[in-house]
Design a binder for this molecule. Structure first.
Ligand code: SF4
Length: 229
């Protein structure tokens, strides 16, 4: 098990819970707006943190911290993910999984084994624009994960990072039809950073975000903006 990053406390990443965050390497997507490009492109050059030290910390925080978020990269690519989740559950932690949804079999297996408690799945764009936005064209796997979550009892959210150059009205019309009936859907504003995979992208204005939200809310009335100042 290689853990490349560890955030000891987040109040934002696990809705309603205090949590730590574990970062795993590698990803099968190449999202233009990816903020963790080093974890995606060159994970072997990232720090290889001591799993023993991380678990020692988590043991000390039992009863104080409530959850652990597993993110990446794409965590479902890691063969050690079930074991990691089981170890965290054994310490009494709630486990949140961030995923791009490309490994529906892994997702289903984790849920079936009660190894995760919350799923945050990215909806990168409308199905037809996935190849453009994130360089991934096996849409059937994404659709399978979406369908699974729509009919699952596990708490989950769908979320889209909105980028001025990558998204348009048509995308949100298509997305809102696709994930109609979902429990939660958030539009998140892109924020530029040094580690972004493709520099030069921009966030939308607040007005544009509200415009897209209004499109989505026609079919998903409870959709919300997140992380917007
Ligand atoms: S944003 Fe997520 S899915 Fe996309 S390349 Fe980065 S780690 Fe992979």
């Amino acid at each position: 098990m290689k853990i490349h990053g560890f955030n000891k406390l987040t109040l934002l990443d696990y809705p309603g819970h205090t949590a730590a965050v574990l970062f795993l390497g590698h990803c099968n997507f190449r999202c233009q707006f990816c903020q963790n490009s080093s974890l995606v492109l060159s994970p072997d050059q990232e720090p290889d943190l001591s799993v023993a030290e991380i678990f020692s910390f988590l043991k000390k925080r039992q009863g104080i911290l409530e959850g652990v978020c597993i993110t990446g990269g794409e965590p479902t690519l890691s063969p050690d993910l079930p074991e990691l989740a089981l170890s965290l559950k054994s310490l009494g932690y709630l486990v949140k999984l961030d995923t791009n949804g490309s490994r529906p079999d892994v997702l289903k297996s984790l849920v079936a084994q009660n190894l995760i408690d919350y799923v945050a799945m990215d909806i990168k764009s409308s199905p037809k624009r996935y190849p453009f936005v994130c360089g991934y064209s096996s849409i059937s796997s994404i659709e399978e994960s979406v369908s699974f979550l729509l009919h699952s009892s596990i708490p989950y959210e769908f979320r889209t990072t909105v980028v001025k150059e990558l998204h348009c009205e048509e995308d949100f019309q298509a997305i809102s039809q696709w994930i109609c009936g979902c429990r939660q859907y958030f539009l998140q504003s892109y924020k530029d950073s040094q580690g972004v995979l493709v520099p030069g992208l921009h966030s939308c204005t607040l007005q544009e975000l509200h415009h897209y939200l209004a499109i989505v809310q026609k079919t998903i009335p409870h959709a919300q903006l997140r992380g917007v100042d």
